[in-house]
Every structure is written in structure tokens, then in C-alpha cells.
Design a protein around this ligand. Structure first.
Ligand SMILES: [Fe+2]
Length: 295
């Protein structure tokens, strides 16, 4: 598997066939600059969704349930908050977005697992992310792929140059049953790129990544699963391990809760760390998870 040493970048005048080929065959992260004109900002979210209750992560990476209008007031006062994978707002926002270009890239086919994403009250495919300055996340990967339209502000993405090995994944049993894999950040093995309003990113399933927010920024993330062959050919061990260890828990959670309620449950991970009997290993695990920012 060849590495990437810079992010593949397209723009709307690039031949669509070329982008679709890269999306369907190369299956590596890429950016398309300026695919839409976005008018979404904090004011827009306040006007349309201010009365909605949301679950946000605060400066301590703990969950807080509050009205979107209250969250925006706190953000405007300079407080650190993050909305992760919010399906409620994602589903409300998507009819107001021009996703024509995204649909052209993705094509019309849905795959077997996409039906699991559509379970529950709202579709998991449409999610909103909102982050403030210096929000970041542990380096992670997940079974779903994302086509992400950045809507407001700037954010820097850090992605591995290739698939990470199954052996490099840390704390599989501690993060469980959160449907995430975690590994160490390693700048020498990563590429960085910054996105702004209107840019679209493709992040393939199980490709490790994290972001750092340069300032307040908003994005719409369209999540989907790849064809089964993708998982079998490219990420077999990561796929099999989660398929065998996690399906029942994931399924129950997926049906009962919205992803923002459990996509990363910091307290549960800390509780799992505290169950480690060996003192040194327990302390190491606690330091790893306490030092990472999950906002
Ligand atoms: Fe992610």
C-alpha cells in the first residue's frame, strides 16, 4: 500500500470522472476546494435551531445538555465547547444545504451497513460538528467513512499517511464498547491540511485522523459505510475485531441513543481504566486518556 505524502486536492473544475475514480478506486483521503457557498455560521444556527436541546462537550470534555441558543451565547463569550456528530441538527440542516456535489461524488448506491445507520429516531448519516478554538480529539478511526462539507471557520486535519496496523491500536478493551479505535499521534507519520468554508473532505473508513480547531468552525458530516469488499481487502483485522466484539453493544446503543450521546463517553473509559489491576498499567492508561482532549 503506497503512502500519501500530501493530501490529494481537487476543485470543482477537476474532471468529475477523475474525482470519482479516486473516491471509488484509490480510496484515500482527499479534499475538494470550494464545492459550495456556505451561509451557515453561529448566527444562522441560532436563528434556525436556537430552541433545540443539544448535548455538547465542555472544556473538561464532560457532557452538558443545553439549548443551542445557550451554547451559542457561551461560545460567543469565548468558552470552549464541542458538538460532535449531532444527528438532530444534522438532519434538520441537511435539507437547507446544497449536497448535489456530494451526491455526485458518492453515487446513488447504499451499502448493507448503511441500513444500520438509519435505525432509530434520526438518520445517523447526517451529522453536525461545531468546535471552538483549540478543540482537538484523540487520534482515532471508525468503521464509517465520511464525506464532510466544511461550512464555517477553519480547521486543521491530521491524517496518517497510510492505514495504521492493527497492532498499533491502543486500549481496544478500554474504549470498548465505544465504536472507536485510538492510537498515538505521530507527526512524522501524518500529513496536515487546513480546510475552510465550502471545502469537502473524504475520510475513508478506518483511516486514522484527528482535527485541531483554529477557531470556531462548523461542518456537516455525511457518514456512510463502504462495500464489504473494502473492509475485507483493506482493513480486515480492524473490521473483524469490531464485528465480533462489538455488534450487540453497538446495535443496542444505536437503537436507543443518538450517536452524540455515546460516540465517546470519557467517564466510561476512565471507569474502564480504573478496573485495570496492575498499578503501572492502570496509571499509564489513565494518563493517556486524561492527557487527550475529547472536546
Ligand atoms: Fe472521526
Amino acid at each position: 500500500m503506497t503512502e500519501i505524502d500530501q493530501i490529494q486536492t481537487f476543485n470543482p473544475v477537476t474532471d468529475l470522472d477523475k474525482i470519482q475514480h479516486y473516491f471509488n478506486v484509490d480510496k484515500k483521503p482527499f479534499v475538494i476546494r470550494n464545492v459550495i457557498n456556505s451561509n451557515v455560521d453561529l448566527k444562522y444556527l441560532g436563528k434556525h435551531f436556537g430552541h433545540q436541546n443539544v448535548i455538547a462537550l465542555n472544556d473538561n470534555s464532560d457532557k452538558e445538555t443545553l439549548l443551542m441558543a445557550e451554547l451559542i451565547d457561551k461560545i460567543n463569550l469565548g468558552k470552549k465547547y464541542r458538538l460532535r456528530a449531532n444527528t438532530k441538527l444534522g438532519n434538520l440542516l441537511v435539507p437547507q444545504l446544497d449536497t448535489t456535489y456530494l451526491e455526485k461524488i458518492k453515487g446513488s448506491g447504499s451499502h448493507l451497513f448503511d441500513h444500520l445507520l438509519s435505525f432509530g429516531k434520526t438518520s445517523r448519516q447526517h451529522t453536525l460538528f461545531l468546535s471552538t478554538r483549540d478543540c482537538t480529539f484523540a487520534k482515532h478511526a471508525h468503521i464509517i467513512s465520511g464525506l464532510i462539507i466544511h461550512l464555517y471557520g477553519q480547521k486543521t486535519w491530521y491524517v496518517s499517511k497510510s492505514y495504521d496496523s492493527f497492532g498499533s491500536i491502543k486500549y481496544k478493551r478500554l474504549v470498548y464498547p465505544n465504536p472507536l479505535y485510538i492510537t498515538d499521534k505521530n507527526p512524522t507519520n501524518e500529513i496536515a491540511f487546513t480546510v475552510g468554508p465550502g471545502d469537502m473532505i473524504y475520510m475513508p473508513a478506518y483511516w486514522f485522523h484527528y482535527t485541531h480547531s483554529d477557531d470556531v468552525n462548523i461542518s456537516y458530516n455525511h457518514f456512510f459505510t463502504e462495500k464489504i469488499q473494502y473492509y475485507l481487502n483493506r482493513t480486515l483485522l480492524m473490521f473483524l475485531y469490531q464485528s465480533f466484539t462489538n455488534p450487540i453493544h453497538s446495535f443496542i446503543k444505536a437503537v436507543r441513543n443518538e450517536p452524540e450521546e455515546h460516540i465517546f463517553d470519557r467517564q466510561q473509559v476512565i471507569d474502564n481504566c480504573n478496573k485495570i489491576k496492575n498499578d503501572i498499567q492502570r496509571q499509564k492508561a489513565l494518563i493517556f486518556f486524561r492527557d487527550n482532549d475529547y472536546s
